[in-house]
Design a protein around this ligand. Structure first.
Ligand SMILES: O=C(O)CCC(=O)C(=O)O
Ligand SMILES: [Fe+2]
Length: 224
């Protein structure tokens, strides 16, 4: 892990640990820091594999330089009555890539390209990798960013840990020239993704769009 990444991981876990235990909690801190270290390395390995598959490995340094990582710890309570409740409504992630790790309680559904909702039944110790809209745009739509949601049923609470790799503000998301030719015209104009997210949340606040509809809004915002 590079010095910068170590610093970022340390910051994330310190903020979280001190907000949960004012005195700190060394064992929890260490577990969290090593989780962030391992998952951010895994995210980079997956990104490298994706770039290599498109012959774009020369962009690896650029994309890792502008990445920032956010860890979220999520708890979904079991439904009170014998019913199904929404843990997270349908949405696509607006970042580069998300890695999810859950306890043994399933609940994540992912929508296929033909609109079918698929239940994910995960074996223990597996990770879910979700491509975010920012990477979908950067790759000129070669990989899509799937809609997903969490539905809860049954008698157990669900916990999940999400590592969200995001681009830092100020970075112009620009489709590489290698991905543009006569058959594959550029789909998105270069744009600052953070500016788009600000615009999008103001549209959500005004009630113009629903919070899960970022990808269609992104098309309106910067489609060629
Ligand atoms: O908890 C999960 O499995 C999914 C959470 C999620 O999709 C998100 O926070 O964006
Ligand atoms: Fe998500």
């Amino acid at each position: 892990m590079a010095v910068d990444d170590a610093h970022i991981a340390e910051n994330i876990e310190q903020c979280l640990t001190t907000s949960l235990w004012t005195q700190g909690n060394i064992s929890f801190s260490k577990t969290l820091a090593s989780f962030i270290q391992l998952t951010s390395e895994l995210e980079k390995t997956i990104l490298k594999m994706i770039l290599e598959s498109f012959g774009l490995e020369k962009y690896m340094d650029e994309l890792t330089d502008i990445a920032s990582y956010q860890l979220r710890i999520m708890k979904y309570e079991k439904p009170k009555a014998n019913e199904q409740t929404i843990g997270v409504p349908a949405h696509s992630d607006s970042n580069i890539m998300t890695l999810l790790y859950q306890n043994e309680v399933n609940g994540l559904k992912i929508q296929s390209k033909d609109g079918e909702w698929m239940n994910l039944k995960l074996s223990p110790n597996s990770f879910i990798v979700i491509i975010g809209e920012c990477l979908c745009v950067w790759l000129n739509g070669r990989l899509s960013s799937p809609y997903h949601r969490v539905l809860m049923k049954g008698n157990d609470d669900r916990y999940s840990l999400g590592l969200f790799a995001t681009v830092r503000g100020g970075y112009m998301v620009k489709v590489p020239t290698e991905l543009v030719d006569d058959k594959n015209p550029m789909l998105f104009k270069p744009h600052d993704h953070e500016e788009f997210l600000k615009y999008f949340s103001s549209e959500v606040a005004k009630g113009v769009v629903k919070s899960g509809a970022a990808i269609s809004r992104l098309k309106t915002y910067c489609a060629v």
